[in-house]
Design a protein around this ligand. Structure first.
Ligand code: FAD
Length: 277
């Protein structure tokens, strides 16, 4: 396997406290030694962490040598609000985005000016041309709200046609889901890099909760194996599972791996080192 050309990226969420910010920069400095292409920073639904995203990107830009990539979701926002955020990103020198729809916060009635990620992507391209490098979300196991797998795929392909430069997948554990998705992209001539997103395993309950929220399938074997393990052993087990999954995906031809780090250093670092990246 040729691993040198494989690209790595690490995703963080904006910490809520000064201590959290300090810890994140220290983790980012360690992860930077693994030579990632970028650090991405999530964006809270309904505006809860818009400032957090900006401030975390700014801190990463100032304190590390790795490019920040700001997520932005259109849910509940107006065109004016999105434009004001993107103007501030450009002014700060942030040129990479992950463009998403986001999820409607409970109790909020409507999606606003951007019902789907495609609408937000078209808006960004129409206002800013190619000033931003844009990734979008992809769902090898199908988005949980999709009417059907076929419609979900068409919706994904519309994001590619609307100008996405690349895509990052929702996390998954079954490599076959990625292979089938890639074969379909190949058949439909969708040629952008589609990077598998992998989540580290550090706690069984939180893993099940996250998978439930986003529709990821966790193999029964993993659920059974995690039973009765203490946190340290869960983490070790997760490193093993994710290393094997990463090896399979890279051997298949994945362009790299995007890690949902959950703002933790160790499982991610150990997996990357085991993969020899
Ligand atoms: P879309 O691509 O708009 O798809 C959403 C649903 O609508 C799908 O079921 C799709 O089939 C359907 N659909 C799309 N277009 C149409 C259309 N024209 N007509 C009818 N149906 C359509 N969430 C956050 O809040 N903050 C983050 O920072 C964040 N980061 C993420 C990063 C990655 C890599 C991924 C994969 C997800 C992330 N999410 C984040 C979660 C994401 O917001 C949710 O999965 C959300 O439910 C869908 O977002 P999307 O951009 O994929 O939506």
């Amino acid at each position: 396997m040729e691993t040198n050309s494989k690209k790595l990226s690490f995703e963080f969420y904006p910490p809520k406290t000064d201590l959290g910010n300090e810890k994140l920069i220290s983790i980012a400095k360690d992860l930077e030694l693994l030579k990632p292409e970028y650090f991405s920073v999530t964006f809270g639904a309904g505006g809860s962490t818009q400032e957090g995203t900006f401030n975390t990107c700014l801190a990463l830009k100032d304190k590390t040598n790795t490019v920040p990539c700001a997520h932005i979701s259109g849910v509940t926002s107006s065109k004016e609000e999105i434009k004001s955020i993107l103007d501030s990103y450009l002014e700060a020198g942030f040129k990479r985005l992950v463009v998403l729809r986001g999820d409607l916060p409970s109790g909020v009635g409507g999606y606003g000016d951007f019902p789907y990620a495609q609408n937000l992507l078209e808006f960004v391209r129409s206002v800013y041309g190619n000033q931003f490098h844009i990734e979008v979300g992809a769902y090898p196991e199908v988005h949980p709200q999709a009417k059907s797998a076929d419609e979900d795929f068409i919706n994904f392909s519309n994001k590619v046609k609307a100008g996405a430069d690349g895509a990052i997948t929702q996390f998954f554990f079954l490599a076959e889901a990625y292979y089938s998705f890639m074969e379909r992209c190949e058949k439909e001539n969708l040629r952008i890099p589609i990077t598998p997103g992998l989540i580290t395993i550090t706690n069984k309950e939180s893993l099940l909760r996250m998978a439930d929220n986003c529709g990821a399938k966790i193999p029964q074997k993993i659920i059974g194996d995690l039973d009765g393990l203490n946190d340290e052993d869960v983490t070790k087990y997760g490193i093993d599972v994710l290393t094997r999954l990463g090896e399979d995906l890279l051997s298949y031809g994945a362009p790299g791996i995007h890690f949902y780090t959950i703002n933790k250093l160790e499982p991610t670092k150990a997996i990357v080192e085991s993969l020899g990246l």
